[in-house]
Ligand binder design. Structure first.
Ligand SMILES: Cc1ncc(COP(=O)(O)O)c(C=O)c1O
Length: 442
């Protein structure tokens, strides 16, 4: 089919997420390999965001495809009450790569339903109802997960589920407590959270959810003391700590899981994306021994028709083999340092770049209209200007895709990317940042 024929059908029948229908004109992608994707007219694009920050091992990996094909010939799916080799194998491999005693895997279809099940689990395990999550976190689009979400994607779903309270995450570039630099504040954000918990009744709180590094709200890396302090606060009060690693996991931040940067072990991890690198949908909620013990005494009343899907688990097993064989986790850490250096150079050259944040091959360029005040260029929520739309259009013309929204340009390539390919991609972004520079002061 031609591009026009596909778009005609697409326009008529496909409902797109998050946007007003019928307005955009998507690229029509035909195939993908490694870090590249091609549209139906044969134009090549660098996938500098690994799809929606998930294709960690790159597109078309033969080892994973062969494993999936072999599994398909044998068994795609059976009821969740049966054991299968791929399910058992993947659960044991997940337990090996997660920190501490996070040994017990409840498979889901994606990230949001992993979070939904974690909401259930923490409430039943503690007998408490209250859940804390941060103003800067994103946890998914289903009703519980979106209630835990702090950003404007939550607004249309309000009032949401009961019992959810928000805390301020240490977003030092726009410090919610008004500090001008993150050297002088000590751990003011942690003290604020502690005071909030104290007033709320520490023994009434089931769990504190956090992204160990904030993903879709700007790759915000918190101070180590903050994360350690949250763990301590949880330990002192019988509160469970949930690390949402849907995006931060699987090498994206240069460790198997983002929380490892803080030398902290949570009670529950929720994850998805890089577990299969998007070759097929799969998510997981992972319990430590303490949480698991509760559910050896009574049932965990929850389940999903497709959980532990044999084909998806086979893809997960093969993915972990690729991460290991190609040393991708360590590569992400080292190449992330290289990428960070390149981003700092961009910041030196472009006044419209307010901040660059990077951990592993996972980064954000935050745009600004005023470096001194950190004022936005596009704005949060209802944009002042739709900079991201125009920015991505200009990148497409030059053969690069990245995910952009509000003032954020996200960089999250397949972990297989070479340094030469990083240089080429940064060169394209460099060119388009000339356009955002030109907007300042208008
Ligand atoms: C931290 C985090 N949690 C949960 C989700 C939701 O995952 P999914 O879109 O697979 O439901 C996302 C998606 O980007 C995420 O980044």
């Amino acid at each position: 089919m031609t591009r026009e024929e596909i778009l005609k059908l697409d326009r008529a029948n496909v409902v797109y997420p998050w946007v007003v229908q019928g307005k955009g004109e998507p690229l029509v992608i035909d195939r993908a390999e490694g870090i590249y994707m091609w549209d139906v007219n044969g134009k090549r694009y660098i996938d500098f965001c690994a799809g929606l920050l998930c294709v960690n091992i790159g597109h078309g990996n033969k080892h994973v495809l062969d494993a999936m094909k072999a599994q398909m010939d044998k068994l795609c799916y059976v009821g969740t009450q049966f054991a299968t080799e791929p399910k058992a194998k993947l659960a044991s491999m997940v337990a090996e790569v997660t920190p501490g005693d996070l040994n017990h895997v409840f498979f889901t279809n994606a990230g949001a339903d992993a979070v939904e099940n974690a909401i259930k689990a923490v409430r039943w395990a503690t007998g408490r109802q209250k859940i804390y999550s941060s103003w800067h976190g994103y946890h998914g689009a289903t009703s519980g997960a979106v209630t835990l979400t702090g950003d404007p994607r939550r607004w249309p779903s309000e009032p949401g589920i009961p019992g959810v309270t928000k805390y301020f995450y240490p977003y030092c570039y726009h410090c919610p407590l008004g500090y001008k630099d993150n050297q002088s504040c000590g751990t003011a954000c942690l003290q604020t959270l502690k005071a909030q918990v104290q007033m709320d009744g520490p023994k009434t709180i089931a769990a504190i959810f956090m992204e160990p590094i904030i993903g879709t709200n700007g790759i915000i890396v918190p101070p180590v003391e903050f994360v350690k302090g949250v763990r301590q606060l949880c330990d002192e009060n019988g509160i469970l700590m949930v690390s949402d690693e849907v995006m931060a996991g699987w090498g994206r931040a240069g460790r198997w899981f983002g929380i490892e940067h803080f030398d902290v072990v949570p009670d529950i991890i929720t994850t998805a994306k890089g577990i299969t690198s998007g070759y097929i949908q799969l998510g997981a909620m992972i319990w430590n021994d303490k949480v698991h013990e509760v559910f050896t005494q009574r049932p965990f009343v929850g389940g999903l028709t497709y959980q532990g899907h044999a084909l998806a688990c086979a893809a997960g097993v093969a993915n972990i083999e690729v991460y290991r064989k190609d040393n991708l986790i360590e590569k992400s850490r080292l190449d992330g340092e290289y990428l960070h250096g390149k981003l700092k150079e961009l910041m030196d050259r472009h006044p419209s770049v307010g901040d660059v944040r990077c951990k592993g091959l996972w980064a954000c360029i935050e745009l600004t209209s005023n470096r001194a005040t950190h004022a936005p260029l596009a704005g949060y929520a209802d944009c002042i200007r739709n900079v991201s739309g125009e920015f991505t259009k200009r990148l497409y013309a030059l053969g690069l895709y990245l995910f952009a929204k509000w003032d954020f340009l996200f960089i999250s390539p397949p972990l297989t990317i070479t340094r030469a390919e990083i240089d080429e991609s940064i060169g394209i972004i460099d060119e388009v940042l000339g356009w955002t520079d030109s907007l300042i002061g208008r």
